[in-house]
Design a protein around this ligand. Sequence first.
Ligand SMILES: [Zn+2]
Length: 680
Amino acid sequence: MRNAIKILGIFIGLIGSTGEVHAQAKALINTSASPYAKLRSVDLDDVTWIKGFWADRFKVCRDSMIPNLWRIYTDPKIGHATQNFEIAAGLDTGSHVGPPFQDGDFYKLFEAVAAMYAVTKDPKLDMLMDQTIALFAKAQRPDGYINTATSIKERKHPGASAVFKERLSFEAYNLGHLMTAACIHYRATGKRTFLNIAIKATDYLYRFYKTASPEQTRNAICPSHYMGVVEMYRTTHDLRYLELAKMLLNIRGMAKDGTDDNQDRIPFREQTQAMGHAVRANYLYAGAADVYAETGDTTLMHTLNLVWNDVVNRKMYITGGCGALYDGVSPDGTSYSLKDVQEIHQAYGRDYQLPNFTAHNETCASVGNILWNWRMLQITGEAKYADVMELTLYNGMLSGISLNGKNFFYTNPLSVSDDLPFKQRWSRDRVGYIAYSDCCPPNVIRTIAEIGNYAYSLSDNGLYVNLYGGNILATRLKDGSKIKLTQQTGYPWSGKISIRLDQTPSKTFSVFLRIPGWCTGGAHLTVNGKEINTPLLSGTYAELNRNWCAGDQIELILPMPVKLIEANPLVEETRNQVAVKRGPIVYCIESPGIPKGKKLLNLSISPKEALTPQSILIGSSKIVALDGKALYDDKGWGNQLYRDVSDHKRSVVTIQLIPYYAWDNRGHSEMETWIPVEEQ
Ligand SMILES: [Zn+2]
């Protein structure tokens, strides 16, 4: 009965008889009716960036990132993505071009377009989406299945089914991104065209998994569909989709040949640490968090808590990057017998195994980390998840894209040296198209297009401010009352944040301001110029509860001293080295930041070095650099492996550090994030 009332309530509350999407159901993830989520998102179009860091990134996303990547994906000589759909639909002849996950990556780009449309209402984007959806519809089989690589294969070999036959076909991954993109399109436009395709596809997947063998579930490589299926449930309230999402988690670990790389050697609920391919892992954890938000299944949260603590305390880079290893063997292999050792790739390593030169840190794993922590934040309202999300947004995610929005990193190492005498698989400079692995570019671009949705959340008690940036928020509290505010700040370069309430409900409500974990003292808060005695504890939300009036002014000061950070000595690669942080920004030093002809590897800095913030431009992007001095080892190393310390000769050189995310925007460069410390 309780369920019946709840479901009826959802239908009345969210999708009216006209099919129109109602307020607070138009979010990136819609937890507005999720029984086990404390927070819900604002709508996709509730935040308008006006000035500052995210306003600048959002503008580059609108004007450069999206049009550029769309051109690349639809260019038959490069991405070939729309051509694949045309061939699959029988509108053209030819072969599938691109990796098996090309459809999914194109859906991610489509999702970015939909999220951008939600804010800009640009009719050209709407038309582009309509045309593309018509093509998707033609490529979908009557039974709901849609995947261009397999459909094209079947066209060439009629009668031989290729569906869900190959483990690395990424069909479920592609379908998952289709579902998410369709939900965002529906919320952005109110049109059901793409959603109807996604409903048919989800129905297909539901029927498939009803009868699939555990071995067939191994096709769940990189499970974006866990998030996608739950979002489809949130959009349609079809209980079969929630059943499917639960089933997808339950069947993991039932296949005989499961691997740690794919997080399915042991059942999800028995897992205690992050393991295997980091993108797949983080997508899985985000999907499991979605299932928890709907079911309250504490056995899922138990695993999520264990794994989150493992990642944050032992396996995550200082940038929020995840996945230390290019290739390796699972630390958790079932035995010491060599024949049982399992390969892993692009994967989490052992505890504290965080190499710098060879760090894999796929950009998609950073996006996965954001997706996971965003969901954990919505479930719990705990600021520690917003801290990881913010850290990863500004550092490990943003490093994946150049400042002009047109070049991309697949991997995000923390050090790059041209002297390393071996070549790594992925480029050490950003490239315009990552041939055969272009999963990261659309993932970053959709995250930036959707950045407004991460900035605020709503609870029964009021408004949560998660991210700081110059924007206008116009949204509604749960009871429908309107709230509007203007936020002005130079964040992340300045810790001064001003929020003016422009429209407020007549009743009392709270504004929850995030006091970031990096702010370990000196935060200061006033309302209308009067000091507030609310505790401003690092890594919490400070609650301001009152009967607000239009014109009320909140001022928050978060001091942003430059900090030298050291790692636990069990991280052997960073012993006696420091990283530099200011606010949420991790700094690095690259070749243009030291005197010409000098080598980065010969630098060290004093632990007492006072680095001075300095505004500079890289391209047309305003950046705060840090100026200072370093010691330089004039002797250098040559070809030596070892040498006598007493040989050292040191001179003093000037250096300029820049944010890690902004490196490699001034031509080919070496780079270092952890710098050796040495007393001057
Ligand atoms: Zn990727």
